[in-house]
Design a protein around this ligand. Structure first.
Ligand SMILES: Cc1cc2nc3c(=O)[nH]c(=O)nc-3n(C[C@H](O)[C@H](O)[C@H](O)COP(=O)(O)OP(=O)(O)OC[C@H]3O[C@@H](n4cnc5c(N)ncnc54)[C@H](O)[C@@H]3O)c2cc1C
Length: 496
């Protein structure tokens, strides 16, 4: 019997037999009336005796969820609606002790393991079919030490949780541009956002990480403790364990900034992107700049300059004059605004639950030839909305050498992302093919890709993408996760 049939038939049988699959946690009566079918790390089928499942549930202060139980479907749903996977168990953890219990359980039973922070893995890596899912959604606390300008953030917090506590205090660190993204996944892979040219990647602002490693131990990784692990956690993704909290250096930020977008008809795409590229060469570090193409289903399309200037507003107005006075925009939307407003401005447009496909690559430089090729490929389709985003990097990201942390792509001048969104599952194949073809046509202009934009790259491409940092990362993987328990990520393969 194949794996899928095994799981569905066993689960169906269990449901007929009145298998309760209820959510439960410590202090509540645990009702598991049947053994639980599950999936091992190697993809084999296994059966978890109900007694051991009950034991895991009793050990948690959070909840243990089984298929059919209350909250189970909400917990397993990711941002990208393409992925509809059903873990055998979901441990919704309340803190590091719960995480340690769940990690120990997965290791002892050799279970396929997924770790969910904010659930924004574009490739659906934070949910698994038939294994154990560690869900950190409720570990979302943020505490700010105003004196030290340090934020301590739990491993499942969203960027909105972080901004909510720091911005009213006039403090911030680099985070992403969509507030429902998880701080955990974003930080472990790098972290690119409106402040990165000024303050570096999110991971460059890390002071320490508390992490439960594959042996179930809670360790603190920082410059003065487990420093090699700390190095690997800053760019190595979720490969080394479950990060239960992060400490970030914060920086003063005046909430009043200059921001918004200048929009032009899609017919002007080439010239506008060239203006963005030319201007980027002299851009202040306070400027976050991207050139974007948008194509709606109805055939209407726009090219946009997306701008945030987070320094002195007057200085910004002067600096940005060549952009703000360029051409005849259909919408001139750059104005004095609040940084906190910009941080949530894209939230609706990138709502959870739709189907998404995205491919990304770093651009070490941008040529006119590249822009012309990129633009030539834009064509309307009623199957999807399309977006192309070219985000300027550089600035403070380049202040550190390539091997300062495990993030391997400091050379990138821009990050290129080509993506599509749609709702009808019947269009999945066509839209994935479109995305692959489009990206394939310009891939030669890119070098490596952002691990946080992982989509469907091969294991080999993932290894190569860590560039010169790979051997060091592999040594860390051998030390902290020789069994490759944490494999649903931009995976580093252990060799022991
Ligand atoms: C709408 C959207 C907007 C985005 N915008 C940006 C942006 O502006 N800047 C940017 O840099 N990136 C951006 N990204 C990419 C984003 O950084 C990655 O998708 C990131 O992995 C999301 O983290 P998460 O915790 O939400 O995801 P999850 O799906 O929960 O996890 C992603 C990966 O990280 C692992 N992981 C998550 N939390 C932990 C943890 N605490 N400990 C160990 N492993 C963990 C998971 O196992 C998984 O492998 C965006 C993605 C989306 C979907």
């Amino acid at each position: 019997m194949d794996r899928r049939r095994f799981l569905s038939s066993t689960l169906a049988g269990a449901a007929v037999a009145g298998f309760p699959h209820l959510a439960f946690g410590a202090g509540r009566r645990l009702r598991v009336r049947a053994d639980v079918p599950a999936m091992t790390l190697s993809g084999a089928e296994t059966i978890l005796p109900k007694a051991v499942v009950k034991e895991l549930g009793a050990s948690l202060h959070g909840s243990l969820m089984l298929p059919g139980g209350e909250g189970y479907d909400a917990a397993r749903a990711l941002w990208n609606g393409m992925f509809d996977r059903k873990p055998a168990l979901i441990a919704q953890c309340s803190g590091p002790a719960d995480v340690a219990s769940a990690v120990n359980f997965a290791r002892e039973h050799n279970l396929l393991l997924a770790v969910r922070g904010g659930g924004h893995s574009i490739a659906g890596k934070s949910v698994c079919e038939g294994g154990l899912m560690i869900d950190l959604q409720h570990m979302n606390g943020v505490h700010v030490d105003r004196q030290r300008r340090v934020a301590r953030v739990e491993g499942g917090a969203l960027l909105s949780n972080l901004d909510h506590e720091t911005l009213p205090l006039g403090l911030a660190t680099t985070s992403g541009t969509v507030s429902h993204t998880g701080a955990g996944g974003l930080t472990l892979g790098g972290g690119i956002g409106r402040l990165c040219r000024q303050h570096g990647l999110t991971s460059d602002n890390l002071l320490s990480v508390d992490v439960v490693t594959a042996d179930g131990k809670l360790r603190r990784a920082a410059a003065d403790e487990h420093d090699e692990l700390f190095w690997g956690l800053r760019g190595g993704g979720g490969n080394f364990g479950v990060a239960t909290s992060f400490e970030y250096q914060l920086h003063p930020l005046d909430n009043e900034v200059l921001g918004g977008a200048m929009m032009y008809p899609i017919e002007q795409a080439s010239e506008v992107l060239k203006v963005v590229n030319d201007f980027s060469r002299k851009a202040h570090r306070e400027l976050s700049l991207s050139g974007n193409l948008l194509m709606m289903r109805n055939g209407r399309g726009f090219v946009m300059m997306s701008i945030t200037y987070s320094g002195d507003v007057r200085k910004g107005e002067k600096h940005l004059r060549p952009l703000l006075e360029y051409g005849n925009p259909v919408r001139k939307g750059v104005q004095k605004t609040l940084y906190s407003t910009l941080q949530t401005a894209n939230d609706q447009q990138l709502a959870a639950g739709r189907h998404y496909y995205m491919k990304s690559g770093y651009l070490p430089e941008i040529s006119d030839e590249f822009i012309d090729e990129l633009v030539r490929r834009v064509e309307p389709s009623d199957k999807r909305e399309q977006v192309v985003v070219m985000t300027q990097l550089g600035g403070a990201i380049r202040d550190l050498p390539d091997d300062a942390t495990a993030y391997s792509h400091r050379y990138g001048e821009f990050d290129l992302m080509i993506g599509a969104a749609w709702d009808d599952a019947a269009a999945n194949d066509a839209n994935v093919t479109w995305g692959r073809d489009y990206f394939g046509a310009v891939q030669d202009y890119t070098k490596g890709f952002y691990t946080n934009s992982l989509m469907d790259e091969s294991a080999d491409a993932i290894h190569k993408n860590y560039l010169g940092n790979y051997p060091r990362l592999q040594a860390l993987k051998n030390e902290f996760d020789p069994q490759n328990l944490f494999r649903l990520n931009a995976n580093i393969a252990p060799t022991v």
